[in-house]
Design a protein around this ligand. Structure first.
Ligand code: ZN
Length: 198
């Protein structure tokens, strides 16, 4: 069993730990209705991000072009957010392969990064990722934005003081995340960190 809290594992999946005080923002579970306003904030603040999308939500009409044009990365979060560890290998394969195929078909770009739904994976998942040439990307800081619909200030509090060089921050394409995103970005910068894609 792999344990993503295991530091050796994290070094493995990230390959390079940036020496600079840089962190990376990641948004899971889109593309959602909040995508446009989230992109507006990221553009205004000049912050790049990685979007881990459920491919079932990706249609041609979604603003995927804007995501790419504005310097962000589209990555896979499987097809319909099933816990992969509950599925036989053939079904896991389908979830992952369908998602990267659909993203490539619509955007024309190959997918390089994968984040398993619920952060759950097993050795079979890893075998599939290797076979498909995908790099698993987990996170070090969970902002727990999904738990703070009515208390968005806690999203910022969950991140403040936890950033380290190379930290990957987990966010979602949610209303409350949008509400605090400018403040979150400003606070992280005040702590001396910049935003980058690793
Ligand atoms: Zn998710």
């Amino acid at each position: 069993m792999y344990d993503f809290h295991d530091d050796r594992w994290i070094k493995n999946i990230k390959q390079i730990r940036p020496a600079q005080k840089e962190v990376m923002l990641t948004f899971d579970d889109g593309p959602s209705r909040k995508l446009h306003p989230l992109l507006d904030v990221l553009k205004e603040k000049e912050v790049p991000a990685v979007f881990f999308w459920q491919s079932r939500l990706l249609y041609k009409q979604r603003p995927w072009k804007r995501v790419i044009q504005e310097g962000h990365v589209i990555a896979s979060h499987a097809h319909n957010h099933k816990n992969l560890t509950t599925l036989p290998k053939s079904e896991q394969y389908k979830q992952i392969k369908t998602s990267v195929d659909k993203i490539r078909k619509i955007t024309g770009d190959n997918v390089h990064y994968f984040r398993p739904p619920y952060g759950q994976y097993n050795e079979e998942t890893m075998d599939i990722l290797k076979e498909l040439g995908l790099l698993p990307v987990m996170w070090q800081i969970a902002a727990c934005d999904w738990e703070n619909k009515h208390t968005p200030e806690r999203i910022v509090a969950n991140v403040v003081g936890h950033c380290r060089p190379g930290s990957i921050i987990l966010l979602h394409e949610l209303e409350q995340t949008l509400t605090v995103l400018p403040q979150l970005i400003d606070t992280i910068r005040r702590e001396g960190f910049e935003f980058a894609l690793f």
